[in-house]
Design a protein around this ligand. Structure first.
Ligand code: HGY
Ligand code: MN
Ligand code: MN
Length: 417
């Protein structure tokens, strides 16, 4: 690719086109297995086919393109997710599909085949916005998605199995989405940093060292609804005041532990009338720490605090842990090749951890993973103002293409001898 920023322009065209595909006319919301997700898959699939890739949709709704190598055999897997959070940004996920796609387009235009096949996947669900579980697409490929997960339902009571049928897939064929370790040379995910480090370092790209451990809880506080005007304060079992105390305790727990974060991003108070003491409150907790051991400490503190608050306020608080993803370290041999590509494109290498979860966490179960971060403005993400520059998109494509052209499928053997 020349320095004409052609790759950056191509990537931005794709970003703009995908950003038009939303469930909501006022913002970008594209949940998994919806009509909008299907439209995004179709658009990406058309681009993959135009780049000389064999395209298919697997049983969980991932869109997958395969660009042949000089010989067949295990592929280098690239990609990221095509679903978004509600009112989300247009780069989170999509950039990780469009940059590799721009690289394959350049190879195809030059009629260039590498010594190994390349696969690019647009994962169907990473954000876990529509259904309780997340990483559905990457876990199906890794073979770690339990069949019973398909029984989970969205807010409208539609199960993942039913959503898959509506999407044109057979939920009974879930196992056919599973890939083997022998299918891949590794998985490299490109993603916006979603943090402020690369901007501070004044670098367009960075190398990811590890991905944090994460857990999510649904906490239900059960108190006693009653008349807001007649019950003396000392006789109340106010579920919303209890929840408020829990939320501040959760913030204090994370603040006190190194590199630990916790968020309550969603809350519902019932019956939801201004003159009724809330009797029942449900809120979601997202808690993350560098390793599983660190996360276990934070979770123990969480349980202790919720138990204390429930006892003091004479009500019940039931935290249900409905999601957990173990943190993973990026593979040193694969990362070393990514590091070389960054350096050979003239950039200083900064290595940084990811507080955000990614599909790479799931793929680590079957193949070595590495991640390339791209600078984003003010580190902002999960927000409509999420943005990157065209120059950084182009720089990321140069690094990715250099990585692909220089990639040594046998480096692992060299590394491990
Ligand atoms: O929440 C996360 O870490 C990811 O963006 N789904
Ligand atoms: Mn993401
Ligand atoms: Mn995200």
């Amino acid at each position: 690719m020349s320095k004409s920023l052609a790759a950056g322009r191509r990537i931005f065209e794709g970003i703009e086109a995908l950003a038009e595909i939303s469930e909501n006319p006022d913002n970008l919301t594209r949940r998994s297995l919806t009509i909008e997700h299907k439209r995004a898959n179709t658009l990406v699939g058309d681009w993959m086919a135009a780049a000389g890739m064999q395209v298919r949709t697997d049983a969980i709704g991932n869109i997958i393109g395969r660009y042949p190598g000089q010989t067949d055999g295990p592929a280098l897997l690239l990609g990221s997710h095509l679903d978004t959070v509600r009112d989300g940004g247009r780069y989170d996920g999509m950039l990780g599909v469009l940059v590799p796609l721009a690289c394959v387009e350049a190879l195809h235009a030059a009629d260039e085949k590498l010594s190994f096949p390349i696969e690019i996947v647009g994962f169907c669900d990473e954000e876990g916005v529509r259904f309780p579980s997340t990483l559905l697409g990457s876990r199906a490929i890794a073979g770690t998605l339990p069949e019973q997960t398909l029984r989970e339902t969205d807010d409208d009571g539609i199960s993942i199995a039913d959503a898959l049928r509506d999407f044109g897939q057979a939920p009974t064929a879930l196992d056919s989405a599973r890939r083997e370790s022998s299918d891949f040379l590794g998985f490299v995910e490109l993603h916006i940093e979603q943090g402020p480090v690369l901007e501070r370092e004044q670098l367009p790209v960075g190398l990811v060292s590890a991905i944090a451990s994460a857990a999510r809880y649904r906490a239900v506080v059960s108190g006693k609804a009653s008349h807001a005007g007649t019950v003396p304060m000392e006789m109340r079992q106010d579920a919303l005041c209890a929840a408020a105390e829990c939320i501040l305790a959760i913030e204090a727990i994370a603040t006190a532990l190194p590199d630990t974060v916790a968020t309550v991003g969603q809350i519902t108070a019932l019956p939801g009338a201004g003159n009724v003491i809330p009797g029942s409150v449900e809120f979601l907790i997202d808690i993350r720490a560098p390793t599983d051991q660190d996360l276990a400490v934070a979770e123990q503190n969480l349980h202790n605090e919720l138990t204390r608050i429930a006892a003091e306020r004479k009500l019940t608080i039931a935290p249900d842990r409905y999601y957990a993803a173990s943190g993973v370290s990026c593979d040193s041999a694969l990362s070393a090749q990514l590091r070389n590509a960054i350096q050979n494109c003239g950039h200083r290498v900064v290595e940084l951890p990811s507080g955000a979860g990614h599909d790479a966490m799931a793929l680590a179960a079957i193949t070595p993973i590495a991640m390339l971060f791209v600078r984003c403005k003010e580190g902002l993400s999960h927000h409509p103002d999420e943005s990157i520059t065209l120059e950084d998109a182009d720089a990321a494509a140069q690094v990715m293409l250099r990585f692909l052209r220089d990639f040594n499928p046998n480096a692992r053997a060299i590394q491990s001898t």
